[in-house]
Design a protein around this ligand. Structure first.
Ligand SMILES: [Zn+2]
Ligand SMILES: [Zn+2]
Length: 295
């Protein structure tokens, strides 16, 4: 399993000199499975860059959406493979709000919000309705969990060849109202994963104003990583206001936190181009690629 980040920002794309290091594109993570299949978590603006690479091959594509908010679907009309004749793409959102979210991603291409109509695309796009049945038939194992987020949504844990990752974005670990998923259930869901990717949008001074907005405090996410004994944590879905220098400070603070807990968890700030090579656990490697070097 090879995990590459293409968009790490939450809420809205935030390009500019203060976000150039970690990146300004919204949510998109590419997982290349050992079988050659491709799982794409979310279609934020980061998916455009991924699409430039994907058009060079004809491997199967599965788009797993966390939910239908703009920052998770707006890159879709700019995803090159949807314009490739005979290209097969499956779109899954698997949650109670399934229909609404699937509609959101396709209906944004309605001739009004976007010039091309989704039904005029030449590729073969299938929206999966029986999500669990579909996922259960795949070579990798998938578990879903309901997000604590306005409008709902899904977290995913996928495992292949003994390696596991959890993708949990737009999730409030300690919401003001009764949660869809309790903290204890999250600890269970992430238990021992090789890589936990979790929404880490807020810092303490964002509260109490943003309590209930469906995102987590960085401090809560770090604690979850410890409680669930994950091997690596990638803090994700950065606030659009969070600058590179602030994220650099959070990286130091996080390393100190894990040290104080005598924890060996690998702590990372998700960044565009960050790659986790989990193809073979014994050769686990983290690298950063320059997504734009040949352009
Ligand atoms: Zn979001
Ligand atoms: Zn959201």
């Amino acid at each position: 399993m090879l995990v590459t980040f293409y968009g790490v920002r939450g809420s809205i794309a935030a390009p500019g000199p203060k976000t150039i290091k970690y990146g300004g594109n919204t949510s998109c993570v590419h997982v290349r499975l050992n079988t050659g299949n491709n799982v794409i978590f979310d279609a934020g603006t980061g998916i455009r860059e991924l699409g430039i690479r994907m058009v060079q091959n004809d491997e199967p594509l599965l788009l797993l959406l966390s939910h239908g908010h703009w920052d998770h679907i707006q890159g879709y009309p700019f995803f090159g493979p949807i314009y490739q004749p005979s290209r097969e793409i499956r779109v899954c959102q698997g949650v109670d709000t399934n229909e609404v979210a699937l509609k959101a991603i396709l209906e944004q291409m309605d001739g009004s919000n976007f010039p091309v109509h989704s039904e005029d695309l030449p590729s073969k796009i299938t929206t999966v309705q029986e999500v669990d049945d579909y996922l259960n038939a795949q070579s990798f194992h998938t578990v879903r969990k309901h997000l604590n987020h306005p409008g709902g949504g899904n977290a995913y844990r996928i495992e292949e060849d003994g390696v596991s990752i959890a993708y949990i974005t737009d999730n409030e670990l300690d919401p003001p109202n009764a949660p869809q998923t309790t903290y204890a259930e999250w600890v269970d869901f992430c238990q021992g994963v090789d890589l936990l990717i979790h929404d880490a949008q807020y810092i303490e001074k964002d509260m109490p104003a943003k309590h209930g907005w469906g995102h987590s405090l960085i401090s809560q996410v770090r604690q979850l990583a410890v409680d669930a004994q994950v091997k690596n944590l990638a803090m994700y879905h950065h606030d659009p206001e969070r600058t590179d220098s602030e994220l650099d400070e959070i990286a130091i603070e996080s390393a100190n936190f894990f040290k104080s807990k005598n924890s060996v968890i690998g702590s990372y700030i998700a960044a565009e181009g960050l790659v986790f090579d989990l193809t073979a656990r014994k050769d686990f490697r983290v690298t950063t690629i320059d997504l734009y070097e040949n352009q």
